[in-house]
Design a protein around this ligand. Structure first.
Ligand code: IVH
Length: 667
């Protein structure tokens, strides 16, 4: 049965429209129709193709869902070799590269195209007369695998190019990758399905691209950016790499926006610094910057050696993951007696700093990751995040390495260690008898958001406790200049300043004072609520568990902690002494200063401060901070790379604030 002309025409229209909307959505990130409208057009085309299978072309927008699985990948020979890149690991090495380029070209400086080095997989896309006909992996550079069926499922890769002057044969090269967000979602799903999560976005991308069943690939959040061309025939391209990229973009290929043409070594260095600073906020993983001599005639005269061109270099960022050895597992005791195992490491340079410790959080975590003394481990430090053990290289473990257990007695004071059923944290039961808990309690008392005692840092507290100059926080106010001046790294002047700061801290607020006491589970927000509810300290100290629970935000557990704290005679004595030393505050008017009372907030994405901090501040202003978005949500605060909560807020029409807008509300 031949296809009626009108049907053929309509199918052609639908092709064009769908390609255009696809391009606007996935490449430009600027859709002009709704998802529903897109689906309607796609369904219309699918219906036509069901009725007239002759209409199904390899570049049909319906072909993205994934073809039938194959047994193995075919081979593809790259007519133009897919080269790799030499690396520069320092400014000096980048300088050497630039010097070699200039010397060979006999010029003072050259223009470079500066691009992010995406951490994914190189692919080659062959377009014949504008239609994607073949896609291949890099393989060994000479022969790769035919992954056409899989690549067709990647929405940001056009099945057909658009525009004028497209060469008859155009081989485009670029990187297939998975964004941070895509990776997170993929792993959430994997865990839900009882599968092993992927180690990193690169592995996830590689695994997804090399699936024999394209339907599996279609379900993976793969994306694509192109960074160059291979073989071309039947058409001329510009004479600069940066201009070729602009041309590729005109033809609807996805090219990263932030690619720049820079001049000379200085231009390269500036671009590198800029991207290094932006790295944490980019939606995808990059492991460095690529600099390419921009003029093609200069590229040609430089040529290449072995497997890499002489005209390009990858300036790598310091790695965020490195391998090292665990030399021991120590146990630290915190303010509330919580025992935290900490891995001591052979020093390793990772994420730009030398790391010697990594937190292991708690005993369950040590067992889950199965970390043992002597193990070779992968350490990760990204941005300002605390270094952590990603995983153990089990193959390298020495025979008989013992499993780690928390001690039964506190390593600092010898008191029994207790662990409440169902809780992850084990605690020293020594209370303020334990020097570690005392030390930490004093540090907390002095901290900025508590009594804000200028100049009383952690090291100084350690010394004061160690030399038995203080036993509890009330002793701080009896310290004399001479006692302090004798300590390490202290002198007359700094000691005088500290005594002044202590004096100044005596005028405080009730909520700060309650927070400074360090009662378990009483953070700033709860301290503020308590101050408002009870108005003065004596009323709070006299409250029993029932009185406390009358306060809306105070649950039974917190009420128990508060009541137990104030029943403890030692604590009452310390408070008495502090008041005797002159600590004072104004009584609080109940119900004042809670501008966000009754409002519900949800936080998503990366902020400039820890999420917990913003949460506390919102709660302190009376807001409720919820974990998920619902119709009851009033505001969603979105940082960089917001997650699915952001999408949900959009869908529900909830007001979205950026960090600055949220802070403005708090003011
Ligand atoms: S150009 C002749 N540009 O890095 C130059 N490669 O280490 C060949 N890569 O195999 C590659 N971003 O997978 C180039 N902007 C970029 C890149 C990039 C990531 C990858 C690519 C290549 C590998 C070489």
């Amino acid at each position: 049965m031949s296809v009626p002309k009108a049907v053929r025409q309509r199918a052609g229209e639908l092709h064009r429209e769908l390609h255009e909307h696809n391009y606007r959505y996935y490449v430009l990130d600027a859709p002009v129709i709704t998802d529903a409208e897109y689906d309607r057009l796609l369904r219309e085309l699918q219906d036509l193709e069901v009725r007239y299978p002759e209409l199904i072309a390899p570049d049909s927008p319906t072909q993205r869902v994934g073809a039938a699985p194959s047994k193995a990948f075919g081979e593809v020979r790259h007519e133009q070799r897919m080269l790799s890149l030499d690396n520069a690991f320092s400014d000096a090495e980048l300088g050497d590269f630039d010097r070699r380029v200039c010397e060979r070209l006999e010029v003072d400086a050259v223009d470079y195209a500066a691009e992010p080095k995406l951490d994914g997989l190189a692919v080659s896309l062959l377009y014949e007369h504008g239609v994607l006909t073949r896609a291949a992996t890099r393989g060994d550079g000479v022969t790769g695998e035919d992954i056409t069926a899989n690549v067709r499922t990647i929405a940001s890769i056009p099945l057909r190019l658009a525009g004028r002057g497209i060469p008859a044969i155009l081989e485009v090269r670029g990187e297939v990758y998975i964004s941070h967000r895509g990776f997170e979602r993929l792993n959430l799903q994997a865990v839900k399905d009882g599968q092993k999560p992927f180690v990193n976005p690169r592995n996830a991308a590689a695994g997804s691209l090399r699936q024999l069943d394209p339907k599996v690939t279609a379900a993976r959040p793969l994306e694509f950016y192109c960074y160059g061309v291979g073989r071309t025939e039947g058409g001329a391209l510009p004479e600069r790499h940066s201009e070729i990229l602009v041309r590729l973009r005109d033809w609807h290929l996805r090219v990263y926006d932030g690619i720049e043409r820079v001049h000379g070594l200085q231009g390269c260095q500036a671009y590198y610094r800029k991207l290094e600073a932006a790295r944490a906020t980019l939606p995808f993983e990059i492991d460095g910057v690529v600099f390419k001599v921009d003029r093609l005639d200069q590229q040609d005269s430089l040529g290449f050696v072995a497997r890499a061109p002489r005209w390009a270099i990858a300036r790598k960022f310091p790695a965020q993951e490195e391998q090292t050895r665990v030399t021991g597992i120590d146990v630290q005791v915190g303010r509330t007696g919580a025992l935290t195992p900490v891995a001591r490491l052979e020093p390793v340079f990772v994420g730009g700093v030398t790391v010697t410790n990594a937190t292991l959080h708690n005993e369950d975590e040590v067992h889950r990751k199965d970390v043992r003394v002597g193990d070779t481990v992968i350490i990760r430090r990204a941005g300002d995040v605390i270094p952590e053990v990603v995983r153990v290289l089990r193959e390298q473990r020495a025979r008989g390495a013992p499993v780690f257990h928390l001690p039964k007695h506190c390593p600092e004071c010898g008191s029994a260690v207790e662990r409440v059923e169902g809780e992850a944290v084990a605690r020293c039961s020594g209370g303020l008898f334990c020097p570690a808990q005392r030390r930490e309690a004093i540090k907390h008392f002095a901290s900025r958001r508590a009594m804000d005692i200028d100049g009383l840092g952690d090291k100084l507290v350690d010394q004061l406790v160690e030399q038995e100059l203080i036993h509890d926080v009330s002793d701080l106010y009896r310290l004399e200049v001479e006692q302090i001046a004798g300590l390490e790294r202290m002198a007359q002047k700094s000691a005088t300043n500290l005594v002044k700061a202590l004096e100044k801290s005596k005028a405080t607020t009730l909520e700060r004072f309650i927070y400074a006491l360090g009662i378990r589970e009483v953070g700033e927000a709860t301290a503020r609520i308590l101050a408002e509810a009870f108005g003065d300290l004596d009323a709070l100290m006299g409250a029993d568990v029932e009185d406390l629970q009358v306060v809306h935000e105070v649950g039974p557990v917190v009420a128990q902690h508060i009541s137990a704290f104030f029943r403890e005679p030692h604590n009452r004595e310390v408070i008495q002494r502090l008041r005797g030393a002159g600590l004072h505050w104004q009584a609080v008017e109940p119900g004042a200063a809670r501008p966000l009372a009754g409002r519900t907030f949800v936080i998503t994405g990366t902020l400039s401060m820890p999420r917990s901090e913003l949460k506390e501040r919102l709660q302190a202003a009376g807001a409720r901070v919820a974990g998920s978005v619902s119709k009851q949500t009033d505001y969603v605060v979105a940082g960089a790379e917001p997650g699915s909560k952001y999408d949900k807020a959009l869908a529900l029409g909830i007001e979205i604030l950026d960090e600055a807008a949220c802070l403005a509300l708090l003011k």
